[in-house]
Ligand binder design. Structure first.
Ligand SMILES: [Cu+2]
Length: 162
């Protein structure tokens, strides 16, 4: 993703120089259609003394083929797991999943009450206003780096006992 940035700047610079509105060019449009996009990413702030945190994001698969999210890592945590909330009777439980299927042409949401990223070994609490860097590793797309802004949500965040 980072390697694409200079090209974007050039497009914007050219558009600005020509007095044209800075809309995506056809070339950019094609490129984004052939990529895996991550958006609506965020992480919940963590209270002091809590060393686990949850992160959320949506993956849009604009490629023509299915992909899989295999793992995630972050410099802000010792490890990151992909979790899923499930109902066991009336009790909501969480379990780690080995992968997340991302079908072609579909959006897969990791959101509160469903799948999420779980950060373990968070030494410095996630504070509002910070961004948490996360590297997602997909089977086909490879590594995708995203930044999760830390912000609050209306609903209570779920806890973790261990
Ligand atoms: Cu969890």
């Amino acid at each position: 993703m980072k390697a694409l940035l200079p090209l974007s700047f050039i497009f914007v610079a050219i558009a600005a120089a020509c007095g044209a509105p800075a809309t995506p060019s056809a070339a950019q449009e094609m490129r984004s259609q052939a990529a895996l996009a991550v958006h609506d990413a965020w992480a919940a702030p963590t209270p002091a003394g809590v060393d686990v945190a949850a992160g959320y994001l949506t993956i849009s698969n604009h490629t023509g083929r299915a992909d899989r999210l295999l793992s995630a890592t972050s410099a802000r945590a010792q490890r990151v797991e992909i979790h899923e909330m499930t109902m066991n009777g009336a009790v909501m439980q969480m379990r780690a999943v080995a992968r997340v299927e991302v079908p072609a042409g579909r959006d897969v949401q990791l959101g509160p009450g469903g799948m999420h990223l779980m950060f373990f070994g968070v030494s410095e609490p996630f504070a509002e206003g910070q961004t948490v860097p996360v590297r997602l590793v997909f089977e086909t797309a490879g590594a995708v780096d995203v930044n999760l802004p830390v912000r609050r949500r209306g609903a209570p965040s779920h806890g973790h006992s261990g």
